[in-house]
Design a protein around this ligand. Structure first.
Ligand code: ASP
Length: 341
């Protein structure tokens, strides 16, 4: 046995489901009995402890409070463990990964989030491989330094930067993609690490950004969108920041009513960020006439950030910052590789 130790944080999701012996229906498993479902556990040569959420949650029910709960667990166990594995439903995994990447400032240890499409209690489950490989990535060190000191998503055989992912398939085992950032690693016969893509540790002390403000929104543009709908969104009570999901390289329609509604909202203090509906490529405001006017009235291009990253980052920034130009300045800067600079 090595002296490596991993803490598993079990939050819920499909991965934890097993068949109830009496009724045959799927119920959440007790992590203490993990080796009944994954006998290979006994052969891993490091110490593994686990903490379960109570109650366990389907990730569709996740709230910012639970992101902070995960971050607090990591912080209070930080010195004792070499890495952390979070078992989580796949539906909102990219949001949780993004949020944790911003909340855990100066993270120097691996936080690997994984789940599965089929429950652990089902014969063909992808959960077993996902869980074991996530543990292996979390435990991997080069000398005494962790190989992946950042928040990652591991799914099928791929290790992604968490804040660059999105869930793109509801059925395939290969459920995630990272359109704008290459893989950090892969599991095959051996674990592969693509070091040039992985953040370097900064050896500073871990701190939490632990005040999240959820007064944010997403408005996805589509052909035929009505002024009354846009108006209703922009007038939402307490809305502080809006992510406008636009076409292609950041384009939306040029109708005067649209530009004037956005301008009015910006003049009234709303900060609006332009994120593309595309999963790869970057927003380039001003490239086409259809984004030039938005640029002129003060809509801010979010380059190649994902929607989940933009939303989570805004919650963190708004929790700490009231001044709009400071909000923008913090948003467009890369914190942990979520945006290309
Ligand atoms: N609805 C489930 C969840 O996100 C799906 C999954 O676990 O993959 O918790």
């Amino acid at each position: 046995m090595t002296d490596t130790s991993i803490l598993v944080i079990y939050t819920g999701g499909t991965i934890g489901m097993v068949q109830d012996e009496q009724t045959g229906s799927l119920i959440p498993f007790d992590i203490e009995n993990i080796d009944e479902y994954i006998p290979e556990f006994r052969r891993l040569d490091y110490k593994i402890n686990a903490i379960s959420f109570d109650p366990l949650i389907d990730s569709s029910d996740i709230l910012p409070e639970q992101w902070l709960e995960m971050a607090e667990i990591i912080k209070s166990n930080y010195e004792e463990y070499d890495g952390f594995v979070i078992l989580h439903g796949s539906d909102t995994m990219s949001y949780t990964a993004s949020a944790l990447s911003f909340v855990l400032q100066n993270l120097n240890k691996p936080v690997i989030i994984t789940g599965s499409q089929l429950p652990l209690g089902v014969i063909r489950t992808d959960g077993r491989e996902n869980f074991i490989s996530a543990l292996e990535f979390a435990a991997a060190k080069d000398d005494e330094t962790p190989m992946v000191p950042e928040v990652c998503v591991f799914f099928e055989n791929k290790l992604y930067r968490g804040n660059r992912t999105y869930k793109y398939n509801a059925e395939n085992f290969n459920a995630f993609k990272s359109g704008n950032y290459p893989l950090l690693g892969e599991s095959g016969v051996k674990l592969k690490f693509y070091k040039e893509n992985i953040l370097k540790p900064n050896f500073k002390k871990l701190k939490l950004h632990n005040k999240l403000d959820s007064n944010v929104g997403i408005l996805k543009v589509f052909p035929g969108m009505q002024a009354s709908f846009v108006e209703a969104v922009l007038e939402a009570k307490n809305l502080r920041a809006l992510v406008l999901e636009t076409y292609g390289a950041g384009n939306a329609f040029t109708k005067p009513w649209f530009i004037s509604l956005l301008k009015q909202a910006i003049d009234n203090g709303l900060v609006i960020f332009n994120v593309s509906q595309c999963i790869g490529g970057s927003v380039e405001m001003g490239k086409y006439e259809t984004s030039r006017q938005m640029k002129e009235i003060g809509v801010i291009g979010a380059k190649d950030m994902t929607i989940s990253s933009a939303i989570a980052k805004l919650m963190v920034i708004l929790g700490e910052e009231k001044n709009n130009s400071k909000i923008v300045a913090r948003f467009i800067k890369s914190w942990v590789g979520e945006i290309s600079e």
